[in-house]
Design a protein around this ligand. Structure first.
Ligand code: ATP
Length: 234
């Protein structure tokens, strides 16, 4: 098991955002976490990457308890995140943004840059453009590319489809699949349940801070309750 979240509880002041969430991600998988607004998806990712403290439970990475490890050390350990809202540095060029993703690594980064540019030709065309002037979809690509520069073992993605046109959503999801094919494990949070379930191997459904279902993604696509609640279906 690469990543294990065991019964985590997370609070914002007195408000309990996560009330005992458990999930597992195996090496090589794409796992998705779906759920409505406010279900706790972003909070789960932030707790895994070390941006939110937990009040109970544990996060294990490669069998090691990292619950109290600071976020920057988790990046070094192999947990990469492309945050919701992108977090692109607006005044820096595309290439400078990408290099920031590898700030903690030494040595030659040209091979890593070349790989990101191969995945995202749009970034290669615009490497000298300020990050802040890129379109929403391009900034999403940049955020994912920057996370890849740290060579993560697991890539955490927070709503990669947010604000994107349908064609671009398909493109981003294809690229996520390719990143996974090249060896990176992926945990992706999505409100776009249909696309996420088509992409993922397995899925967890989160409702008000609790996991209410977990199953192979294909099975949830056919689940009547999931269809009614999240797929706008019959
Ligand atoms: P969305 O899809 O809308 O981003 P989400 O599933 O990612 O939702 P979270 O952002 O994890 O949900 O939020 C879970 C709960 O925690 C919500 O009730 C939210 O209002 C609350 N919450 C999140 N961030 C904070 C904060 N900084 N202060 C107080 N409450 C917060």
């Amino acid at each position: 098991m690469l990543l294990e979240v065991c019964d985590i509880h997370v609070h914002y002041g007195k408000i309990a955002a996560l009330k005992g969430v458990s999930l597992q991600v195996e090496q090589g998988e794409i796992v998705t976490l779906i759920g409505a607004n406010g279900a706790g998806k972003t909070t789960t990712l932030k707790t895994i990457s070390g941006l939110r403290p937990l009040s109970r439970g544990r996060v294990l990475f490669e069998g090691r308890d990292i619950s109290r490890m600071p976020g920057h050390k988790r990046v070094l350990a192999g947990i990469g995140q492309a945050p919701e809202g992108r977090g692109v540095f607006p005044g820096m060029t595309v290439e400078e943004n990408l290099l920031m993703g590898a700030y903690a690594r030494k040595g030659d980064l040209s091979k890593d840059l070349a790989e990101v540019y191969e995945l995202f030709p749009r970034l290669a065309e615009r490497k000298k453009q300020p990050g802040g002037t890129m379109s929403g979809g391009e900034q999403q690509m940049l955020a994912i590319g920057r996370a890849l520069m740290a060579r993560p073992k697991v890539l955490l993605l927070d709503e990669p489809s947010m604000g994107l046109a349908p064609m671009l959503i398909r493109q981003i999801f294809e690229i996520i699949k390719e990143i996974n094919r090249r060896g990176t494990t992926v945990l992706v949070v999505e409100q776009n349940a249909q696309q996420a379930l088509q992409l993922a191997d397995r899925a967890y459904v989160l409702e008000t801070g609790r996991v209410v279902k977990s199953a192979p993604a294909a099975q949830l696509l056919d689940d009547p309750e999931v269809r009614a609640a999240y797929l706008g279906g019959d």
